[in-house]
Structure formats: structure tokens, C-alpha cells
Design a protein around this ligand. Sequence first.
Ligand code: FE2
Length: 297
Amino acid sequence: MTDTGIRPVTGIISAQRQREGAGFVVRRPFPTGQVSYVDPFLLIDEMGPSDYAPGEAVGAPDHPHRGFETVTYMLEGEFEHEDSAGHKGTLRPGDVQWMTAGGGIIHAEMPSARIRRDGGRVHGFQIWINLPAADKMHVPRYQELAAADIPVGRSADGSAEVRIIAGEALGVSAAIDTRIPITFQDWTLRAGADVRIDLPASEQAMVYVFGGALRVGDGDQVVGDGQLARLGAGDSVRLRHAGSGPARALLLAGKPLNEPVVRYGPFVMNSEAELRQAFEDYHSGRMGEITRQATIG
Ligand code: FE2
């Protein structure tokens, strides 16, 4: 910790570009060959931005999850989702879906029918957050928040704005309820912005820049587009605008679980035996299936 309590940058990870699901492109700081997870966060995917021609857009058709939470945050475009518990809906720009997969769910996440047919831009995030052992087999739960219902904070001089999906900043608290303490905020910083965000010392923190550039902490190092800054000990985070044009960044933090992480694809458990059980339960249909109405004609 610095003597001011501001968290220093301890490392920078550059996101890797790769294909996910049925072939959509993501920028992924982790998991990669170098970093498997940053407790309690298991995965950060920036989906796109991708500009699809008519008939080209792809997503992630029916697939299972067990043992963690998936958070989908749309920036541009539309995603449709449906699942084995009968939930169905459309995520539009600024909307958040916080899904606690718990003991198991099958879901489909696809660009909307309109975007699949007409083409269009899709940009957003999917982030996986681990669940403690005691909650891994919890019944699945959804929290959906429309863009208009996400609390927004602004700095006194108007140079910084934050959409608070989880946690609190600038005196504003989130509407989402999380299983463990989590901070998930979308910051926009313009020229001159210099903000300090109180964050419990018990949470592990990081900043992912997805537009423009920032200085994080008291140091001079600039964190650029597609880079994740991992932060060390302290009780606050300092973000300063750098470069030209607005900067966009996610501030993510959470209390580490400090439990074994045994993962394979869509399942994240505490032991090999639990992982085998997850595959067995999925293949024998115990995670359910998505019921769809047959279309005629
Ligand atoms: Fe999924």
C-alpha cells in the first residue's frame, strides 16, 4: 500500500483476441496461458465490437454452466437469451443480466433475431465471478437491470461519470445484490478527470480499459485500450484521464474466495470429483433443457 492508501498498479495484462461460442470475437485479458483467474473473477470477455453483415452474426447456442455467476453487460447491439428454467429476454445497450448459475442451467446467448437478419454492431462484456463452495449448488437466479435503472454517479466537475452495476462510488450504491462483495463499475473519464474511489482493502481490484487511456494509481504509467491493470493493496483506487478523447474502463473488485478452482469449459468447481459430477449431470440431462415452441410453416 502507498502511504496515501491509493492502490498501486502491480501488473498489466494485454487482452488476447480469440474466438468464442459459435465464432464471435472477444478480447480476453484472462483466462489465458499466463493467468488462469484473478480471484474471485474467472473470466473477462469483451465481446466485439463486431460489425456483422446480414446473416453473419453468431452467439453461444445452448450450453450449460455450474458453480459460478455470469454477468452480461451490453454496450451496443442486442442479445437474446433463454434458458432451461424458462427465462427469456432481450438485453439492449446498457442493460445488465446477472445470472447465478449455481447448481446448473442450460442457456443460449445470441445476437437478436433482428441483428442476425439485418446485421449490425454488437459490443459488450461477459464476466464470470466464482461462487464460494457453499453456494455452488444454489438454485439458479437471475437479476436483470434495464439501462435506465442502473445508478449513475458524476464527479462534481462533470469530467467523470460512472454506471454502478455493483458496489458504490461517488456516494451512489448499486441496485444489484451479489453473493459475495463485488465491485463492477463502468467509468467514463474526460479531459481533466481525476477521481478517487474508496474500495474495501479486503477486495482484490483491477481496471480494464476498453477505450482511450488512463493513469491508474499515483504512477505515471498509462494503461491503454485492451489492457488490464492489476492493483495492489490499499483502500482506494485513483483513476486519471490520459491521452485524447474520452476513456472508458471497468473497475472490478471482489473479496477473494481463497478456495481451490477446478475448471473445465462451462463448469467451475472445487475438486476433480465435483467437475466429473458436473459433466455427468449435464450429459444425463439433470441440468434440464430449453423448451422451445415448434414453429410451423
Ligand atoms: Fe453462457
